[in-house]
Design a protein around this ligand. Structure first.
Ligand code: DOR
Ligand code: ZN
Length: 347
């Protein structure tokens, strides 16, 4: 069978990204904007984006940081807290500021200290979101100290997600950055109102990549990569052609020294080679014909947004990922650092 040397797909979107703020925002944004027409922007700044005014101001800062000539639309999210106000969130949706709201269980990950301590405390918010059709993006991990970190996603499904989806069948839920076979299975068998994003790293690495041959902080993110059989289940889901799974990088830049530290930050900066990384997976799994749906169609259809009009082209070309990138004065280690990628985004 011959394999193509170029692939052109409808311009994709990134349904989960951390763009940060200030100098870091200006440095990382072009990597995302050169590939993606739109992105769901995570609100876990410090302090987090909780009000309509904060969401709107953050969106303005992103647009202002775009290099001349780049066309990119940030889709903003509201960070839910125990004190979230249904009226404020409805107003944010009505005014076109918020495209979704994000549920971080308190203390689950970076800048989640203000997150939700108990889903029951935001029931009125979720009911309003269900009513107005605002999707809920979920970081699906419990934070109980007695639950092993490798089990936290599966336990979250049983304790929180399954009851939530049952009680609010009209609520659109994106189970973000899924990492387990259980999550893929849950999403596949749930209603059409439940979908999931999958990151490049969880399709490429298992937990050995983090722990074998010395600790590998640049392969550490949350939820952590799991056993190999989970990685294979995620690849199967991504490449299955099911409309429930779509691209969300969870690109999460942290300065090199913050990663290579006694208490290293969670997050993988995968924006620079995101499309090349995903494409490698679809090629290896003989699913090139399903790449476009995963990258460019399933997400907008779930969110009820129009498909993008332009295209992007990737060429088969040796593409060396550098060990380090200088991103506006900050050293960042990209995902695939030092590796040779088989594809290269044209332009
Ligand atoms: O690894 C992660 N990094 N997971 C998250 O949920 C947050 C993110 C970050 O903001 O750095
Ligand atoms: Zn994230």
């Amino acid at each position: 069978m011959t394999t193509p040397d170029t692939i052109t797909i409808r311009r994709p979107d990134d349904w989960h990204v951390h763009l940060r703020d200030g100098a870091m925002l200006a440095g990382v944004l072009p990597w995302t904007a050169r590939q993606f027409a739109r992105a769901i922007v995570m609100p876990n700044l410090s302090p987090p984006v909780v009000t309509v005014a904060e969401g709107s101001a953050y969106r303005d800062r992103i647009v202002a940081a775009l290099p001349q000539g780049m066309v990119f639309t940030p889709l903003m999210t509201c960070y839910l807290t125990d004190a979230s106000d249904p009226d404020e969130i409805e107003r944010g949706a009505a005014e076109g500021v918020f495209t979704a709201a994000k549920l971080y269980p308190a203390h689950a990950t970076t800048n989640s200290a203000h997150g939700v301590t108990d889903v029951d405390s935001i029931r009125s918010v979720l009911e309003r979101m269900e009513k107005v059709g605002l999707p809920l993006c979920v970081h699906g991990e419990v934070t109980d100290h007695d639950v092993d970190i490798f089990d936290r996603e599966a336990v979250f499904i049983d304790r929180t997600l399954e009851p939530l989806v049952r009680d609010m069948p009209g609520l659109k839920v994106v189970f973000e950055h899924i990492t387990t076979a259980e999550a893929a299975q849950f999403v596949e068998s749930a209603s059409d109102n439940v979908a999931a994003t999958i990151t490049p790293q969880h399709l490429h690495i298992n937990r050995n990549a983090m722990l074998v041959g010395g600790i590998q902080p640049h392969n550490y993110c949350l939820p952590v990569a799991k056993r190999e059989h989970h990685r294979l289940a995620l690849r199967k889901a991504a490449c299955s052609g099911s409309a429930k799974f779509f691209l969300g990088t969870d690109s999460a830049p942290h300065a090199r020294e913050a990663k290579e530290s006694a208490c290293g930050c969670a997050g993988i900066f995968n924006a620079p080679y995101a499309l090349e990384s995903y494409l490698a997976v679809f090629e290896e799994d003989n699913a090139l014909d399903r790449f476009e749906a995963f990258a460019s169609e399933n997400g907008p259809r779930f969110y009820g947004l129009p498909l993008n009009q332009g295209t992007v082209t990737l060429r088969r070309e040796v593409n060396m990922a550098p060990e380090i990138l200088d991103v506006n004065g900050t050293a960042l280690v990209p995902f695939h650092a030092g590796e040779e990628l088989a594809w290269k985004l044209a332009g």
